[in-house]
Design a protein around this ligand. Structure first.
Ligand code: CUA
Length: 363
């Protein structure tokens, strides 16, 4: 353990050190500074631990009580000693401050021109949006190697925390506000991202994999991800929609039947298909369905609800949904319609998503 610590201190002075007894490998440009601070403090603690124990043992032997009637008066004042135990710790604290502050400032401020990713924490999954490519990932995050990446993060429900141990970065994700962190990955590979804030029953399952890929591969992967639905058959669309598109709806539309800012997606198709939906105007959807009316078939009502949500506002809601005109391609709207029709195949009654984007059952 001691030897491992010595070697780890040496390794901490080179960037990208492998894992050791104390710490996982250094996989980001910030890791070295964090480890260096850790080891400076650890070594100061070692030094004083052994110095104090040694002094304790020596004094126990040297100044032990040697007889019954010897009374020695202790010193009441010693200026050099008092100066020493004031000034030396002060210097040590300043050293720790300087070493720590340098790393802290580096961690706080993302370099200009960083690649931005929007992160949303939600019980109990992570969603990563790439605004530059219009691509969304859930449970996995792909980033280019050797590029500063900035995560702009918020939560849909409770406190979460993004923690990527190999990158030595960790930041709380807070509902109602944004926090950010940044990193620059040193090497291609897969790294763990964990939730580091106890957030309820499935906190331990709230993790994601960070895929660090070569710079030149990154745009290819992102472009493919942004348009993956284009090659999909109709039958594959519900699994795609629930994993890749639903995260944009989840804050308002539940999957378990509870009302939010908007109606739940559970049973939505049934209500729409039967024309049961009532609007704030007092009209019933059934009166608007059929040839020579507003919506010849229910699918068109769904389409309008996504592109022009204010056209007909469902009774009991405020109509606060934004238009998704220009944000969703036609096939993605089809994917939503397929999702509503087959919601029970991709979620359970409690509203948990049960399939992966490729349709395989989710663990
Ligand atoms: Cu999210 Cu713990």
């Amino acid at each position: 353990m001691m030897l491992s610590t010595v070697s780890s201190l040496l390794l901490a002075t080179t960037q990208g050190a492998p894992a050791n007894f104390w710490l996982p490998k250094q996989a980001s440009t910030s890791a070295q500074g964090v480890d260096f601070t850790f080891f400076v403090i650890t070594w100061i603690c070692y030094f004083f631990f052994f110095a104090i124990v040694a002094a304790l043992l020596i004094f126990m032997i040297k100044y032990r009580r040697k007889g019954h009637d010897i009374i020695v008066r202790g010193p009441t004042h010693n200026t050099p000693l008092e100066l020493a135990w004031t000034i030396l710790p002060l210097i040590l604290v300043i050293v720790i401050f300087v070493v720590g502050m340098r790393g802290y400032l580096d961690l706080r401020e993302a370099p200009a021109g960083s690649y931005d990713i929007q992160v949303t924490g939600q019980k109990w999954s992570w969603t990563f949006d790439h605004p530059e490519y219009g691509a969304t990932q859930v449970g996995e995050l792909t980033v280019p190697v050797g590029t500063p990446v900035r995560l702009l993060m918020t939560s849909n429900d409770v406190l979460h925390s993004v923690w990527i141990p190999d990158f030595r970065v960790k930041q709380d994700v807070v509902p109602g506000r944004y926090t950010s962190l940044w990193f620059e990955a040193l090497a291609v590979g897969d790294y763990n991202l964990n939730c580091a804030e106890y957030c309820g029953k499935d906190h331990s399952k709230m993790f994601a994999i960070v895929h660090v890929v070569p710079k030149e591969e990154f745009p290819v992967i992102m472009t493919k991800l942004a348009s993956e639905y284009e090659d999909m058959s109709i039958g594959e669309l519900p699994a795609y929609a629930i994993n890749r598109l639903y995260n944009r709806c989840q804050s308002c539309h539940s999957l378990d039947g509870t009302s939010g800012t908007g109606p739940s997606f559970q049973g939505l198709w049934d209500r729409v298909n039967k024309g049961e939906t009532e609007f704030t105007s007092g009209e019933k959807l059934s009166n608007l369905l059929g040839d020579a009316t507003t919506y010849n078939i229910p699918e068109n009502y769904i389409r309008t609800s996504i592109l022009d949500p204010q056209a007909h506002i469902v009774q009991g809601y405020l109509g606060s949904m934004p238009s998704f005109q220009g944000q969703l391609k036609d096939k993605q709207i089809t994917a939503f319609i397929e999702l509503f029709k087959h919601l029970d195949e991709v979620t359970d009654a409690a509203g948990n998503i049960t399939v992966n984007p490729d349709g395989t059952p989710r663990q």
